[in-house]
Ligand binder design. Structure first.
Ligand code: SAM
Length: 451
């Protein structure tokens, strides 16, 4: 049995993720709840997310000192080696010798492998980053894949689209820790007043430049414990996601449909913009996720949302031409948020980029049929792949001439600077890219139904 220390817990979580395919985030939340010390909880999170993200690089570095493949070792021993190598190579605040000794301690639960863990990690420590990488020029895909721990199929796509330098920059950004953004609940407080409250709680704040409600926060413990959180003064939402409600631009009293709404980040933002007046029909295909919307709305003091269980390809009970605004925040591959979701890169396959656009297109078409004449349709995803974004929108536009593109320069809450973005925006579309914009990868498009 592995000890219940913070490193031991990280080994348990990583083992279950690998063996059972468990979702790292959910499992981690449950497991670290057993720890009373916030710093220990943070350390487990750092180890688990770090190993998940950098797994390919770590295995490459470890394999140099192993006579057999990692797959020949018990799962727990693999996790111990990866955690040890991660601390040695990536974590400055842990002295490398401590990282190795603690890993050897853990490996004592697997006596046959204690010596191996000791020898291999000491070699990793001695070599450091002096690693013989694949040749960058001759084998660019493999180099970028093992150097930045991304699947080769992703690298191949991005290289074709953007070339080596930009692909490398994207991979680097994906490996950085994601910033935490919150959205002010403007039904209850102004952004400045909220920022002042948070500063009094010792939190570092920075007002966002793209969205008038956004605040970037640092140096916080458990957000749920803050009075401002309990009072519903804010919710956690990336700044790029906060752009969407501004582009939808609903007005108080309107009928709005949110076709894929859970867990309710954008739905509740729409409600704020409508001053909680009107009706938002919030659909989702998963009942348990609809409960999250209800809980969030309750905490934020929002009452104009009606959650409805249903497939957005059917939208049962919704009349044609009945909605003034329709949002399709589609289920997608999520390739724009790899820095935020540590294990996502290993959960996706290129096949998803064939299957998802079929679902996305069917949802978009049905949702479009609900837009009233003179109303607006907004499509968004958190991916950077053209099949789910530009190509899908192009197909939709040619099938639906009753919709015209809305120039996003007039709809966005911030000014575009890059000429490429300005040109795209004039055609009603915008692709935010982590490596260019420093945001999550996000796509949005807006169409107006002609009268
Ligand atoms: C990108 S997420 C939506 C995020 C949400 N708009 C927010 O801001 O919090 C996509 C959602 O679509 C839902 N979904 C997937 N397939 C669906 C379908 N066929 N019909 C309706 N919802 C679906 C998923 O359950 C997921 O909650």
């Amino acid at each position: 049995m592995i000890k219940e220390t913070s490193r031991g817990m990280a080994v348990q979580i990583l083992t279950r993720v690998e063996v059972e395919g468990a979702y790292a985030n959910l499992l981690m939340q449950k497991t670290i709840a057993r720890l009373s010390d916030a710093r220990e909880r943070q350390f487990v999170t750092l180890l688990v997310n770090g190993v998940l993200k950098h797994r390919l690089t770590l295995d490459y570095a470890l394999r140099l000192h192993l006579s057999k493949p990692m797959s020949a070792l018990p799962h727990e021993v693999r996790a111990i080696l990866r955690i040890g190598a991660f601390q040695v190579l990536f974590v400055d605040k842990v002295p490398p010798a401590v990282a190795v000794n603690e890993s050897v301690e853990l490996a004592k639960s697997f006596p046959k492998f204690t010596g191996l863990v000791n020898v291999v990690l000491r070699k990793v420590l001695t070599k450091g980053w002096d690693i013989p990488w694949p040749d960058l020029k001759r084998d660019t895909v493999r180099y970028l894949s093992v150097r930045y721990s991304h699947p080769e199929w992703m690298i191949q796509r991005w290289l074709k689209r953007w070339g080596k330098d930009e692909t490398e920059a994207l991979c680097q950004t994906n490996n950085e820790p994601a910033p935490t953004w919150i959205r002010t609940n403007t039904l209850k407080i102004s952004r400045q007043d909220l920022a002042d409250l948070l500063i009094r709680d010792g939190i570092t704040v920075e007002l966002g430049e793209r969205v008038p409600e956004s605040i970037r926060i640092q140096n916080f413990g458990s957000l749920e414990k803050l009075e401002a959180f309990k009072a519903g003064l804010f919710t956690v939402q990336d700044e790029s996601s906060q752009i969407i409600a501004h582009v939808v631009a609903p007005e108080a009293g309107q009928h709005v449909l949110d076709a894929c709404s859970a867990p309710g980040g954008k739905t509740t933002h729409l409600a704020q913009m409508m001053n909680n007046e009107g009706v938002i029909l919030a659909f989702d295909v998963h009942a348990h996720k609809l409960e999250l919307i209800d809980q969030l709305a309750q905490r934020l003091g929002i009452t104009c949302i009606e959650t409805q269980l249903g497939d957005a390809r059917d939208l049962p009970g919704i009349r044609l031409d009945s909605q003034q605004r329709v949002l399709v925040d589609a289920p997608c591959s999520g390739l724009g948020v790899l820095r935020r979701r540590a294990d996502l890169r290993w959960r996706k396959a290129e096949q998803d980029l064939w299957d998802l656009p079929i679902l996305q297109f069917a949802i978009l078409e049905r949702a479009a049929s609900c837009v009233e004449v003179g109303g607006d349709l907004i499509y968004s995803t958190c991916t950077i792949e053209p099949e789910e974004n530009f190509e899908l929108v192009k197909k939709f536009r040619s099938a639906h001439p009753e919709f015209e593109a809305v120039n996003l320069a007039d709809a966005l809450p911030f000014e575009l600077k890059d000429t490429r973005d300005i040109q795209q925006a004039a055609k009603g579309m915008l692709q935010l890219l982590p490596q260019r914009h420093g945001t999550d990868g996000f796509f949005l498009a807006k169409f107006h139904r002609r009268s």
